[in-house]
Design a protein around this ligand. Sequence first.
Ligand SMILES: C[S@@+](CC[C@H](N)C(=O)[O-])C[C@H]1O[C@@H](n2cnc3c(N)ncnc32)[C@H](O)[C@@H]1O
Length: 252
Amino acid sequence: MRNGPVSTPPRVLPPNDPRQYDDLAGEWWRPDGAFAMLHWLARSRAALVPPATRPDALLVDLGCGAGLLAPHLAGKGYRHVGVDLTRSALAQAAAHGVTVVNGDATAVPLVDGCADVVAAGELLEHVPDWRRVVAEACRLLRPGGLLVLDTLNDTALARLVAVRIGERLPTVPRGIHDPRLFVDARELVAECARHGVHLRIRGIRPSLRGTLAWLVRRARGRPSGTVDGRQPRMKPTRSVAVLYQGHGVRHG
Ligand SMILES: C[S@@+](CC[C@H](N)C(=O)[O-])C[C@H]1O[C@@H](n2cnc3c(N)ncnc32)[C@H](O)[C@@H]1O
């Protein structure tokens, strides 16, 4: 009989169960961890955010997780407020300078028109009613404010690439997605328009060469060091059929 500590097997939760974020809490800020691709996406999303044009400008980060956007906003002049359901993630976001709100992105306890920028990175595909998140995002934006987001399209190709293949790679946790929640790009553009935001979208993907090099380094046990160091870049693609990014200004 073996002596010594018995390790507990990870619990198996249903797809998209939010408790997965608690189980993976130690992964958020590891550049080579299970949330690695979220770091690549955060840099790409932040590149769409211009420097603030007025003092006290507010950026509301819906579904902020552990605040991975924070280092990429440094020096842009925003107060970064993050809203998320997961307390273990918010504790880490707060430690990275985010003012945190434990709440639901479908009913945000902030006043209309308070935000110069609303970000919703990799959130919509995790929410059963993404239209309510869009309505909240647009409600929070001041006229002239900017919405930036990225999400997965509701296509067979997205289900193949992001779930069947992606969740077998070390860049995406297995079971984190429920493909039934993926967001049709045309419907998203139409919904944003209904709320006064003309959303422009483009497909994105990680650089193939960068990802290959990252996978090799990781397999050889040579970590990437910092969240920015030698991380794969996101590249624009012609097709929005898998992962896509959107940005648009609220009119009126
Ligand atoms: C894939 S993570 C993305 C985190 C972060 N935006 C990033 O890109 O690093 C999805 C996040 O959305 C949060 N979330 C899911 N449903 C939510 C909801 N209805 N309201 C607020 N946060 C939610 C989860 O807790 C998790 O932190």
